[in-house]
Design a protein around this ligand. Structure first.
Ligand code: ADP
Length: 256
């Protein structure tokens, strides 16, 4: 029970990495707030967690568009009303925009940057007063795309590179408060986001093989493997680690 008595907010927890991390956190005793703009998915995940008995943590689903400051403020208030504090923030909600730059409209750019980057700013801005009180932790989901280039994914890559840079800057700002800020850089992870990206590629079968080839360990990660790394950075197991961008990539960033 690594997170007994902790309260964690996880964005984009209605599916994929966020869902898996939320379930793992609750297994470890944390009360979890399942944040997603897809209410059906958020409620499903919360219900699945709440079917388990204590000492498993409790879950609350809160429908939120994390790119809206008004909705983020309301989410933070609802969390404090329900669970009394915030100890852990996991910024995971994201969208992809797998297109070449000339084909991207101004609206698509704005939407992607708002969901992937502005949301991290808004969530931290409104959670930091509570996180300071409890010497809490922040884990941002960046991506290998923030460390290395990927063809036909320039805006997603730009937002993830910015999340890495902001993680390091904020780790410096909040170290004096005992608040640690870290991020993870997964490569291929078998989630709906990856499946959607694969299906939009010109040759999906070839893309699946390329994904296998790019990981020296020979496969994409499972959401559980990434969720365990989120737990590590969120828990006291990583008490002296702040400002890192941890690859969880089966060796994909090592070279070729
Ligand atoms: P991954 O698990 O790799 O992060 P998913 O697509 O499975 O990829 O999960 C991303 C989650 O983020 C989805 O459940 C999606 O509904 C959610 N999401 C995307 N944009 C927003 C947003 N603006 N506000 C809240 N949740 C969002």
């Amino acid at each position: 029970m690594q997170l007994q008595g902790k309260v964690a907010i996880l964005t984009g927890a209605g599916s994929g990495i966020g869902e898996t991390a939320a379930k793992l956190f609750a297994d470890q005793g944390a009360h979890v707030v399942i944040v997603d703009w897809n209410e059906t998915q958020a409620v499903r995940v919360a219900d699945e967690i709440n079917r388990k008995q204590p000492p498993n943590g409790r879950a609350l689903a809160v429908k939120t568009d994390v790119s809206s400051e008004q909705q983020v403020k309301r989410l933070v208030q609802q969390t404090i009303t329900a669970f009394g504090s915030i100890d852990i923030l996991v910024n995971n909600a994201a969208v992809v925009l797998p297109k070449e730059l000339e084909d991207i409209s101004e609206d698509e750019w704005n939407r992607t940057v708002d969901v992937n980057l502005k949301s991290v700013f808004l969530m931290i801005k409104h959670c930091i007063p509570e996180l300071r009180k409890h010497r809490g932790t922040i884990v941002n989901l960046a991506s290998l795309n923030g460390l290395m280039g990927q063809r036909q994914n320039p805006v997603y890559s730009a937002t993830k590179g910015a999340v890495i840079a902001m993680t390091k800057a904020l780790a410096l700002d909040y170290a004096q408060d005992g608040v640690r800020v870290n991020c993870l850089c997964p490569a291929g992870v078998s989630t709906p986001l990856l499946e959607e990206w694969i299906s939009r590629q010109p040759d999906p079968a070839e893309t699946v093989q390329a994904l296998k080839d790019m990981h020296p360990l020979g496969r994409s990660a499972t959401p559980e493997e990434v969720a365990k790394a989120v737990l590590y950075l969120a828990s006291d197991a990583s008490a002296f680690i702040t400002g890192v961008a941890l690859p969880v990539d089966g060796g994909a960033s090592l070279g070729y």
